[in-house]
Design a protein around this ligand. Structure first.
Ligand SMILES: [Zn+2]
Length: 270
């Protein structure tokens, strides 16, 4: 099984716990199986890793609501010792975003200057509570897109997003932001949807032959298209992508929505 060409010393695995645990096990196998950088999945080493009985594999869980610094100190001491059986010691930190700031800062020193035979796998739903310094020292693997069903945007939320596109009424901004932050869909997914709608409008406006992404909204799109010039649509897409960047890099979600709506309302539409 081909996996990845090179294995780094630290990764953040983003996504639902079930998915990231599976990927963490595969990475641990890839780091230790004789077939590195692939893994076979059935040798003694691979089996021990998948059953959790490999002496160089460690799982770290939060105590209640946090992972405290003492636990991370134990990890760092253990990490300074060579592997017992495998090629690399692997530390899987579950719900890594529950590490306290102190715990993250302690881990940071080891991430900056890692022992050679080490692999840290930080599992998290999102980057919000991780320190930028920690994030910057890890490779990010995003598995959050795998579960498309959890990403479905409901019709009522779509309606709000379309309303915001047609005319972000700033007197309703608190209502919008509340609905959207409580929507149970990642903000970047909702913003991507808005960007797609703007792209569709641009397609209509420029009479391009490119296919529309939201054919189901054709009537609404034709109606909306009358309100914008192509230049305004491009500007709106740019505004959207700047806020998508913000929410993807652990920025404040509510603030990103505020900035987005204010940005869109201030833009000329024609
Ligand atoms: Zn193997």
């Amino acid at each position: 099984m081909t996996f990845m060409r090179k294995i780094f010393h630290a990764y953040i695995l983003l996504g639902p716990e079930k998915e990231t645990v599976k990927k963490a096990i595969e990475l641990a196998q890839a780091a230790n199986c004789d077939q590195t950088p692939s893994f076979c999945g059935f040798c003694d080493c691979c089996r021990r890793i998948s059953t959790g009985s490999h002496p160089d594999l460690f799982h770290l869980f939060p105590d209640g609501s946090s992972i405290k610094v003492e636990k991370v100190r134990d990890v760092i001491f253990s990490a300074s010792q060579p592997p017992i059986q495998g090629k690399r010691k692997v530390y899987v930190i579950h719900e890594a975003d529950k590490m306290t700031q102190e715990a993250q800062n302690t881990l940071l020193k080891t991430l900056e200057d890692p022992p050679t035979a080490i692999l840290f796998l930080l599992l998290a739903q999102n980057l919000k509570n991780l320190l930028p310094t920690v994030i910057s020292r890890c490779q990010i693997l995003d598995y959050s897109k795998l579960n498309e069903n959890e990403k479905k945007i409901s019709d009522s939320i779509k309606e709000i997003l379309l309303e915001a596109i047609s005319r972000p009424d700033l007197s309703k901004i608190n209502f919008y932001v509340k609905q959207l932050t409580e929507a149970n869909v990642d903000p970047d997914v909702m913003m991507e949807f808005m960007a797609e709608v703007y792209r569709d409008l641009l397609v209509i406006k420029t009479k391009s032959r490119a296919p529309l992404k939201n054919l189901d909204l054709l009537d609404k799109l034709n109606e909306l298209a009358q309100n914008f010039s192509p230049r305004a649509l491009v500007a709106a897409i740019e505004t959207l992508y700047s806020q998508i960047e913000v929410v993807k890099s652990r920025g404040n979600e509510s603030l990103a929505w505020y900035n987005l709506f204010v940005g869109l309302s201030e833009q000329e539409v024609m």
